[in-house]
Design a protein around this ligand. Structure first.
Ligand SMILES: Nc1ncnc2c1ncn2[C@@H]1O[C@H](COP(=O)(O)OP(=O)(O)OP(=O)(O)O)[C@@H](O)[C@H]1O
Length: 253
């Protein structure tokens, strides 16, 4: 039997503890993620999707319950320690890349994810061909901008770079936090196709938050609907394949 790569057991998170506005966000949430799962996550604003990623990423420590990585309890492990096995791409193209460094320098930095990073760029030249090939796989001209400062890229190219950086050194868990949301429809679709190709080819384990119902249905092997801090639906196989945006919207009610 396959061992889960990540497990959340009865996780709860509370904000504004001890005040009149104390609120439980995630409520006794349990989730088992198997290697190779590509899970799309939908839910209304405030359902707890980002909070779930914060608990998985170590930005937020659960108030109750456990988080296990390959069977090891990492509930209290911080964000930095988790970068050795986990990476995350955010909605904002400015996050995740260093603006003054070139595309190639950022990629080299990403090869050292989870290690102590020193800003030395020896070893860049021999990797340029490899980086050009990787950048070309994103289908948006990034390969022609390897020596460009990241801050001068288009939003789509910068998100493509963030995605490459997150996957260059294979993570056990990849978190995509609405990573196409700030892009125009065409650019968003291009990035989504490249994302799916990379996840599928490399058998990555990934979770993707999205407000695009079509993308949530089309991509991945599993779909979660989050509602009021709990998993309202966990759909795979024929159930997922039979979904339409209308049927999916019904889970929100
Ligand atoms: N630090 C905090 N203090 C107070 N309330 C918080 C805090 N963090 C999150 N919340 C609240 O918890 C709820 C869940 O937030 P979360 O960001 O996880 O939702 P979400 O599903 O990601 O929403 P969205 O789709 O808008 O990004 C929201 O009502 C939010 O206002």
């Amino acid at each position: 039997m396959t061992e889960p790569i990540l497990e959340l057991k009865n996780v709860s998170t509370v904000v504004n503890k001890g005040t009149a506005s104390e609120t439980t966000i995630l409520k006794d949430l349990s989730l088992t993620i198997n290697p190779g799962d590509f899970i799309t996550i939908v839910g209304t604003n405030g359902a707890g999707k980002s909070t779930l990623f914060n608990v998985i990423g170590g930005n937020l420590i659960a108030d109750a319950g456990q988080v296990l990585h390959n069977g090891h309890d990492i509930t209290h492990q911080g964000e930095v320690a988790r970068t050795s096995f986990l990476s995350r791409v955010f909605q904002d193209p400015k996050l995740g890349t260093a603006p003054r460094m070139t595309v190639a320098e950022n990629l080299l930095l990403a090869t050292r994810r989870g290690q102590r990073r020193r800003l030395r760029f020896r070893g860049l030249k021999p990797r340029m061909a490899e980086f050009a090939q990787l950048a070309a796989s994103m289908n948006n001209g990034l390969e022609n901008r390897l020596n460009t400062a990241t801050g001068a890229l288009s939003g789509g190219q910068r998100q493509a770079l963030s995605f490459l950086m997150a996957t260059l050194k294979r993570p056990d868990i990849l978190l995509l936090d609405e990573h196409t949301a700030a892009l125009d429809p065409h650019t968003s679709a291009t990035l989504m196709q490249a994302t799916n190709a990379r996840i599928t080819e490399d058998h990555l384990t990934a979770l993707m938050i999205t407000h695009h119902m079509e993308d949530a249905i089309k991509y991945g092997n599993r779909l979660l609907v989050l509602k009021a801090g709990q998993i309202k639906a966990d759909l795979t196989g024929k159930q997922k394949a039979a979904l339409t945006p209308e049927k999916l919207a019904a889970y929100f009610e």
